[in-house]
Every structure is written in C-alpha cells, then in structure tokens.
Design a protein around this ligand. Structure first.
Ligand SMILES: NC(=O)c1ccc[n+]([C@@H]2O[C@H](COP(=O)([O-])OP(=O)(O)OC[C@H]3O[C@@H](n4cnc5c(N)ncnc54)[C@H](O)[C@@H]3O)[C@@H](O)[C@H]2O)c1
Length: 357
C-alpha cells in the first residue's frame, strides 16, 4: 500500500464506479474511502471495494491528512464547495464536469484551482481520446491545408429528460459541452459568432436536441449537433456520432460505434485509415496522467484544466440561451416521454443508463 496514492471518492453512481474500476485495475491507487449519500450506492461500494471505508459524510475524507487526492463524481450542485474544501485541506482534485451548477460558481471553482499549487483536473474525456489526438496531429502536419470547417454530431438515445443530472442542465449542456470543448481544442481559440436552433421534443420544458453553427475568432467555422432524442423507442437502438473536419486541401474524419472508432485521413501526401478500440471515457488515461503528476511533482500538460471546463460550459449555456430566443418548436407529447422513461428504467443495457438509487 505504501507507494500507492491514497484517494477518497465522493459520488458512487455510474461515473464513480468507472473510476473505481480503472483505479483498481491500474494498481496505483489506494482507494481509502468511498462516500455516497445513497444507501444503495454504499451497499454496492462495500461489495465492489471491501478494503475501502464506505461512508455517508464526506467530511471524514477531507479531515484525513493521509488522503492525497479526492475524486469528485457526485452531481454538479456539490462540486464547487468540494473543490474548495479539497484545496483548503491540502488535497489534489480529480473532478467530473461540469465543475459547478452555475457559470458564476464554475468560475469560483476555477479561481480556487488557480490559487493553489495543488493539482486539479476535470474529465473532458475527448481531449484524451486517441482519435482526436491522431486527427489533430495530422492537421498540424499541414496534411489538410488550412483548417476551415469543423462539423460534429453526437446523437444517441441516451439520458432522457427528467431521468437525473438535473443540475447538469439539458442534454446540450450535460453532454454537449464535451463537443463544444473539443471544437475549441481543435481551433485553440474561442467562439466569435453563433446561431442555435433547438426543439422541445416530447413537450419537455427544455430542448433535448440542439444544433449550433457559427465562427471562431480565427475564422474557422463550425456546426455542432447534439441530442439524446435519437430513436429512444426504436426496437433496436442505434446512434450517429462523428467528427468531420474540412481543410482547404484535405479532410479528416472519425466515427465510432462505442466499441471501435474509425479515423479516416485524406491528406495531401497521406491517406490513412485507423481502426482501434473506442476507449470509452478514457478514465484510465486521466487517472494515469494524474498519478504520473503526483509521483513526479510535475503536472502533466495533457491533463484538462478547470478553466477549459468553465469556458466550454459557459458557451454551451450561451448556445442554449440563443436557441431559447429563437423559434423553439414543441414536437411530441409527454406520454411518449413517459414511455421512454419507463423503457429506460427497465432496460439492462442501454445508452448512458444511470445507476438506480
Ligand atoms: N465526463 C463525462 O463524460 C461524464 C459522463 C457522465 C457523467 N458525467 C458527470 O459525472 C457526474 C456523475 O454522473 P453519474 O452519471 O455518475 O450520475 P449518477 O446519478 O449515476 O451518480 C451520482 C451519485 O452521486 C451521489 N451523490 C449525489 N450527491 C452527493 C453528495 N453530495 N455526496 C455524495 N454523493 C452524492 C448519488 O447518490 C449518486 O450515487 C455528473 O456531474 C455528470 O455530469 C461526466
């Protein structure tokens, strides 16, 4: 145990369990505590990690001077206070996104992170995806000429309205902020103009599909389409997820089926097709980069920073706001949403199913 990094996990739902699994697999972590407010989650934690102390009140983790890292995987409403508390108690932070439940509070969390020498990161998982790194490298080699257009689409029958994640916002914020973030990552600059269109599917109060297009400050244009409205009641569910990048001379694109990702690069001198395992949420990569940073005392540059999360979250909210100020049609009925929620509750294997608590 001695050379392992001592960590306390707070929030043991779907994501918390992914972290536990990857940390156990890597052998680099001593998972000293798991905290969750739900008795059912604590019961599952006891079964999956019998060596950990399973607790209801997070305070014990913060007060244990031997805990080096806290993992914040509960919901967005508790995150800012937990981030601040972690730093006050001298602990490094691995956080889920978003880093708080409002933009103002997210910037509060960024301020805390930027006022300490303790390490922090946030799971903007696409930044650690092999396919995006490969595509970015190809672009940087000049293979597609000048980067001109970024098109991103992520449509799945995933988390339905009212099912959970209320503090994380509508699907374009909860899930869509990843695509907002990765578009920024490709261009290395901020958005300049945008025009968003959304639809209030199944008469839900918030839009669950949104498409936004616009420009970046460097002139690159983008379109992002995201929604968890994609065949929720279809007999056999499917999804449509891709990135399509167009330069002045070549193109680079990727699609995946959540198991395998396929990258196709059509450059001036190279034509490449790469097919590799998708990699899921890349939590293994994030945790390893974080463990490397703690062991070396040097923060790994590939670790996403809280500031990037706050920026992407803020733009995702802006795009939603823009759509709300336009024509916002209502299509479908509440009773269809009820059928969807019932189906998801009884499904064993579905897109982004939350743990039942
Ligand atoms: N990076 C990603 O790709 C990604 C993907 C999915 C979810 N997330 C984020 O991860 C977070 C967790 O999502 P999830 O899907 O695991 O949700 P979930 O509902 O499955 O799990 C949340 C867990 O936190 C517990 N909890 C709530 N408040 C708590 C508190 N104050 N203290 C301790 N435990 C508390 C709940 O009991 C539950 O067990 C969300 O903020 C979500 O936005 C990120």
């Amino acid at each position: 145990m001695d050379n392992k990094i001592k960590v306390g996990l707070i929030g043991f739902g779907r994501m918390g369990r992914f972290y536990l699994q990857e940390m156990q697999k890597s052998g680099r972590w001593d998972i000293a505590y798991i905290c969750d407010v739900s008795p059912k989650s604590r019961e599952i934690a006891r079964r999956l990690s019998p060596e950990s102390r399973i607790i209801e009140n997070e305070q014990e983790i913060f007060e244990d001077k031997t805990v080096q890292v806290v993992g914040l995987f509960a919901l967005a409403n508790s995150r800012k206070e937990q981030i601040e508390k972690a730093f006050r108690h001298g602990k490094h932070v691995i956080s889920e996104k978003p880093i708080a439940d409002t933009v103002v509070r997210e910037w509060g969390a960024v301020k805390a992170a930027e006022s300490t020498t303790l390490f922090s990161t946030v799971n903007l998982y696409l930044r650690n995806a092999w396919y995006h790194k490969l595509i970015k490298d190809f672009i940087q080699q000049g293979e597609i000429g000048e980067l001109a257009i970024i098109r991103i689409c992520h449509l799945t029958p995933g988390l339905a309205p009212g099912e959970g994640h209320e503090y994380e916002g509508p699907s374009f914020h909860d899930c869509g902020m990843h695509y907002v973030d990765i578009a920024r990552w490709y261009t290395s600059c901020n958005f300049k103009t945008w025009n968003a269109q959304a639809v209030r599917m199944w008469n839900y109060k918030d839009p669950w599909w949104l498409q936004c297009h616009g420009t970046f400050e460097n002139g690159v244009v983008f379109d992002i389409t995201q929604g968890h409205v994609y065949g929720q009641l279809s007999e056999t569910q499917t999804h449509n997820s891709y990135i399509d990048i167009i330069g002045t001379e070549g193109i680079a694109r990727m699609t995946h089926d959540f198991k395998t990702a396929v990258v196709e690069l059509h450059g001036i001198t190279q034509t490449i097709r790469e097919e590799r395992p998708f990699g899921g949420k890349n939590i293994d990569i994030l945790c390893n980069l974080f463990a490397d940073s703690i062991e070396s005392g040097i923060r790994h540059p590939d670790l996403p920073i809280l500031r990037d999360s706050a920026i992407s979250s803020e733009y995702a909210w802006e795009f939603l706001e823009d759509a709300k100020n336009k024509d916002l049609p209502i299509i479908g009925e509440t009773k269809t949403l009820e059928k969807i929620l019932y189906r998801r509750k009884t499904m064993k294997d579905g897109y982004g199913l939350l743990q039942q608590i």
